[in-house]
Design a protein around this ligand. Structure first.
Ligand SMILES: NC(=O)c1ccc[n+]([C@@H]2O[C@H](COP(=O)([O-])OP(=O)(O)OC[C@H]3O[C@@H](n4cnc5c(N)ncnc54)[C@H](O)[C@@H]3O)[C@@H](O)[C@H]2O)c1
Length: 331
């Protein structure tokens, strides 16, 4: 059994903790969080140890691997602390708060032998997105020409989260940048438009909605629509359009029921509530891939290099949204 610890007992830390605790090849052995009783509370649920300080956790010989779900600015130093202590790492997105820190992390990791480091772009492990990718790779859709991604959160995070998040492009759209890269590869041009539609987040100084257009090196174009609030639920859609076909992922509902009455036809339940529900399979599959990489030496994907590449696009999107210009990345 792989002995896994979770760092950060917040929204995503709780999801990872329960995925580890229910995984047949892993044990949740420790939780680390310095704030209040967060670590103790989550650890107690799963019979794990609680730590306040990540360095103490890294020194624990009974931990083989860590999942880092702490606030974004802590990711890079914690990845280095864990890998230097010989622990495998699954680090949440984004790998760092800015491109420079992410590149420094990548360069530092190349200077010593360490166990696998994987980045938490869980959408690559979502069954629908994965199937679309398999079809694209098998040539079933012909040449991929356009990718359309819609990603709207059901409710915005608190302003305190946004303050350390790095901003909408590095925090939220980064999933879409990785998803776009998954289908069209390297990105060479970025055009972004930011919006402020939520008065309660006006003081954060960040955009709370955005539309971004990306051009891939191979000529394909991806468009991304984001919003931190969607009253109809967690809106996650994808269309991969190729020269001989397309793959379309619609929103998921709790059931497939379609109800007809005298007043309306085809009425369905609202979309699933949020990422916990929508990507539950993806987080489990991601964990299995992480465990396979450690136990069986299978490919680590997405890599730190993927994390850096997505951050480069995110930074360019920020520049574009503020300047009103298209940003080129190919030279
Ligand atoms: N992949 C996904 O779907 C997904 C979803 C949500 C969040 N995230 C990422 O996960 C990270 C955390 O997001 P969240 O929404 O869970 O935030 P959160 O604020 O709910 O949780 C963060 C937790 O980290 C703890 N923490 C603070 N300092 C710490 C330290 N020094 N060591 C360990 N823990 C510390 C906080 O007390 C808090 O409990 C962010 O980087 C975010 O981008 C990823």
């Amino acid at each position: 059994m792989l002995r896994v610890a979770v760092i950060g007992a917040g929204r995503i830390g709780k999801i990872h903790a329960s995925a580890v605790a229910s995984h047949p090849q892993a044990d949740l052995v420790a939780v680390c969080d310095p704030i209040g009783t967060a670590a103790e509370d989550l650890a107690a649920l799963h019979g794990a140890k609680a730590y306040k300080d990540a360095d103490d956790l890294f020194a624990d010989p009974d931990v083989d691997a860590v999942i880092i779900g702490s606030p974004t600015p802590l990711h890079a130093p914690q990845v280095l602390g864990a890998t230097r202590a010989g622990k495998a790492v699954l680090v949440e997105k984004p790998v760092a708060s800015d491109v420079e820190s992410a590149r420094a992390l990548e360069a530092e990791l190349e200077t010593f032998e360490h166990p696998p480091v994987m980045v938490g772009f869980q959408r690559r492990y979502d069954p629908s997105i994965r199937r679309a990718k398999e079809l694209a790779d098998a040539g079933e859709l012909g040449t991929i020409e356009q990718v359309t991604i819609v990603s709207r959160d059901s409710a915005p995070p608190p302003a305190s989260y946004i303050a350390v998040s790095g901003g909408i492009f590095k925090d939220m759209t980064i999933h879409d940048f990785d998803e776009a890269r998954f289908f069209i590869g390297d990105i060479v041009e970025v055009s972004a438009f930011g919006q402020n539609v939520l008065p309660e987040l006006a003081e954060t100084g960040d955009f709370d909605a955005a539309v971004v257009v990306l051009r891939g090196k191979n000529g394909a174009v991806a468009s991304i629509t984001n919003n931190r609030r969607c009253v109809t639920g967690y809106d996650q859609r994808l269309e991969v359009h190729g020269s001989t076909g397309s793959a379309i992922m619609d929103n998921w509902r709790p059931t497939t029921l379609s109800v007809n009455t005298k007043d309306a036809s085809g009425t369905q339940q609202p979309y699933l509530d949020f990422f916990l529900e929508r990507y539950a399979d993806a987080y489990r599959n991601e964990l299995t891939a992480f465990i396979d990489a450690i136990n069986n030496g299978t490919e680590v994907t997405p890599t730190v290099a993927d994390g850096v590449a997505a951050l480069v696009v995110a930074q360019a999107a920020g520049e574009s949204a503020h300047s009103g210009r298209t940003v080129r990345l190919d030279g």
